[in-house]
Ligand binder design. Structure first.
Ligand code: JHZ
Length: 408
């Protein structure tokens, strides 16, 4: 499907500033038996709305294709476990949550975030369309509705469980095509003084760190603040606080409410001023970014070609969705990368979409004698470099792509 107008303001002035070509959905990991079949590819071109400045994709793959069986889980990362624990603790403390208050997590994945709210004796409910993950969550005792969150689903939840004191949505709002339906669903489900807390990778970081590989079919929007202020305002809600987070290459956490008891904090205006300074509302910023992406592609390909000429063995580290974007965009396949190691059991034994590189457990890196590991999960550089001390001590090197191409 192709949208014709901006998801937030409805303007038809959508300027495409970067095309990454056509490729399969980046979480479409293949089983061995499917390697011979033709993979469906979809265009990946990103636009700027010249009216409200929402950066977005026009091409939409039906959500059911991408999310009904989802292989990504954050819970194999100690960084993410720590992040989610702090997230839950802070909200319970700062908003004075009481035993039995309802917390609903949208895009609850395997229930990781909700386990930390459950520990504090809150009433919890997850909503996630992936049946494989809803199953895992339920086995952990996390009550989960296996569906997409919509206004319709929010009405059912409200009828059965009552209003929510807190709704959380981490790394999922960029996936939502109908943002107005999402806002209406949240407004309906929140109690009168309830809050919505959302987290997403921040557009300013994407541009500054050149993390073009986070642009992919699942991410329909790349948020700066102005369009989000507009979205929530149009539904009688307000963003009242903003906090910067380090995860996923730089993210924002937004606090949103329909209640007048929360006063808007300085952070909101400070971030808006910061974005003005970064010329986030200027098409030139995006065209410059697109130029840098093309330069990066050339540099990476040249660099890897030189290593191969010197007969060096290269593997990949972290079969991240973003890694698949990088590999497909730069046309790097199994002629260059022998295999990829990854901590997520669902991905191990499968092959990367488009490039068909096999995926193995992380333990293989240390046992094997590869010279270089291309760090596809660059957002976890600290955690991974620490974990792979022995590989590095034996002379193994990491190729880091973001924010700059470098060898560690
Ligand atoms: P990671 C996901 O993108 C998908 P991805 C999603 N669409 C989204 O919005 C973003 O997150 C934010 C592995 N790994 O988290 C695990 C190791 O092998 O950067 C993952 O496969 N060893 C919801 O897929 C991958 O790397 C480790 O020690 O780009 C990281 O994927 C660690 C820490 C990770 O997200």
């Amino acid at each position: 499907m192709k949208i014709k107008s901006c998801r937030i303001c409805g303007s038809e002035k959508l300027y495409p500033f970067l095309s990454l070509g056509s490729m399969p959905p980046p979480n479409g990991f293949l089983l061995k038996k499917d390697l011979g079949k033709t993979e469906k590819v979809y265009p990946l071109s990103v636009c700027l709305c010249e009216s409200c400045f929402l950066v977005q994709l026009k091409d939409v793959i039906p959500a059911k294709i991408m999310f009904n069986n989802y292989l990504y889980i954050p819970s194999t990362s100690t960084t993410m476990l720590g992040h989610f624990k702090n997230f839950a603790d802070e909200i319970v403390r700062d908003f004075n949550l009481k035993k039995g208050d309802l917390v609903v997590d949208i895009g609850s994945n395997d229930g990781t975030l909700l386990t930390f709210f459950k520990e504090q004796e809150l009433n919890i409910l997850g909503v996630d369309p992936a049946s494989n993950l809803a199953q895992v969550a339920k086995l952990k005792g996390i009550n989960t509705i296996n569906d997409f969150f919509t206004l319709g689903v929010s009405k059912i939840i409200k009828k059965i469980y009552g209003s929510a004191q807190v709704i959380t949505a981490t790394n999922v709002v960029p996936h939502i095509n109908d943002l107005h339906d999402f806002a209406l669903g949240v407004k309906n489900l929140l109690s009168t003084d309830g809050i919505l807390v959302i987290e997403f990778p921040y557009l300013v970081d994407l541009l500054e760190k050149n993390s073009f590989d986070t642009i992919y079919h699942e991410h329909l929007s790349y948020f700066s603040l102005k369009p989000l202020f507009k979205l929530f305002r149009s539904h009688g809600m307000k963003i009242f606080d903003i906090k910067k987070q380090n995860v996923h290459g730089g993210s924002l956490r937004l606090f949103i409410t329909k209640s007048s008891i929360y006063k808007i904090k300085n952070s909101a205006n400070e971030f808006l001023a910061f974005e003005k300074l970064k010329s986030i509302d200027n098409l030139k910023t995006y065209l410059n970014f697109a130029d840098r992406v093309l330069v990066f592609k050339k540099n990476l390909i040249n660099f890897l070609e030189k290593l191969k000429k010197r007969k060096k063995r290269i593997v990949g580290y972290g079969a991240a969705a973003k890694g698949n974007v990088l590999l497909n965009f730069c046309k790097i396949g199994s002629e260059t990368i022998d295999y990829i190691v990854d901590s997520i059991p669902f991905k191990q034994g499968r092959f990367t979409p488009g490039t068909h590189i096999p995926i193995y457990p992380e333990g293989r890196l240390e046992k094997d004698r590869s010279d270089y590991a291309l760090l596809l999960a660059w957002n976890f550089a600290d955690e991974i470099l620490k974990k792979q001390k022995k590989y590095r001590q034996k002379g193994g090197k990491f190729i880091v792509t973001t924010p700059q191409l470098k060898i560690i």
